[in-house]
Design a protein around this ligand. Structure first.
Ligand code: ADP
Length: 274
């Protein structure tokens, strides 16, 4: 099993968020989200701060109800924070009106969801093309790049099939191609292997890893599965709306932010779920 490194006290989530000169592509600063229903308040995210460097692969893990999805919505600009800031690629989401936030989301963030969300009446290719059109890119779709992605994701022969003719793993790989085709600043993946068997899960995780290594793609993946999380460079563990640990895995580049002396692995690797 890969050895993990627990971060020293200088863990990033306790550090002040860096300034505009920083190379961080995601900055979450003292983020909170409180859901209100009548007189009941549910604090789902409670003062979370961390940053993600360009080109990092981060996993956020935690048990059900720990606030992962809420964090995902906040980072993706899908909901507003109650307080605190989210800065994506230098732009503060909170400073934008709804239209500008939607634009930023389309241009800079690629989403991958547990349920694939492919349009059933279109072929795989049609799904990728329509996503590209909707994203409002100025350049026409780069077919050479799509070819490259198709090779990388092993979906070349599957592009003229409809989702119902594809396996779950193939559908998720099409969804990853759809997310990558706009060359987003970050990929946000929410339980991308949640609907897949082990073999397809492994393939999808390997593809996410490959897109990170080969394209330098920044990836932030939410999961409840520690084994899936172990493929990331760094694992942030969430409990009760707070980050409780920040662990560099053996994949982290030496000298990468937060790298620290090696101590016994903090992460179980055999399919354990939180
Ligand atoms: P996770 O994704 O880790 O399961 P969530 O972010 O979905 O966690 O939920 C965190 C907490 O916020 C839970 O207590 C959940 O019940 C609550 N919650 C989530 N969404 C809502 C909502 N729309 N309204 C009220 N409470 C919510």
């Amino acid at each position: 099993m890969k050895q993990a490194r627990r971060l020293a006290p200088r863990a990033i989530y306790n550090q002040p968020v860096q300034t505009a000169q920083s190379s961080a592509i995601i900055q979450a600063e003292n983020l909170t989200k409180v859901y209100r229903s009548g007189r009941i308040e549910v604090p789902a995210v409670r003062g979370v701060s961390f940053s993600v460097e360009r080109g990092e692969f981060i996993a956020i893990v935690g048990p059900s109800g720990s606030g992962k999805s809420t964090l995902f919505y906040l980072l993706g600009g899908l909901t507003r924070a109650t307080s605190g800031r989210v800065v994506i690629d230098g732009v503060d989401f909170g400073s934008l009106d709804d239209a500008a936030r939607t634009r930023l989301r389309k241009q800079r963030i690629g989403f991958v969801f547990q349920r694939f969300n492919l349009l059933p009446t279109l072929t795989a290719m049609g799904n990728i093309e329509i996503a590209y059109d909707i994203s409002g890119q100025k350049q026409p779709l780069d077919h050479a790049y799509l070819d490259h992605l198709s090779d990388m994701l092993s979906i070349k022969g599957r592009l003229d099939h409809r989702p119902s003719e594809l396996s779950g793993g193939e559908q998720q790989r099409i969804a990853i191609a759809r997310a990558l085709i706009t060359r987003p600043a970050i990929i946000l993946a929410d339980e991308p292997t949640g609907n897949l068997d082990t073999k397809n899960s492994d393939a999808v995780l390997a593809m996410l890893r490959r897109s990170n290594k080969e394209l330098g793609q920044t990836v932030l993946m939410i999961t409840h599965n520690l084994e899936a999380a172990a493929i990331a460079d760094r694992i942030l563990q969430v409990r009760d709306g707070q980050i409780i640990s920040n662990t560099a895995t053996a994949y982290a580049a030496p000298g990468a932010p937060g790298s620290a002396p090696i101590v016994p692995p903090a992460v179980a690797g055999d399919g354990a779920s939180l």
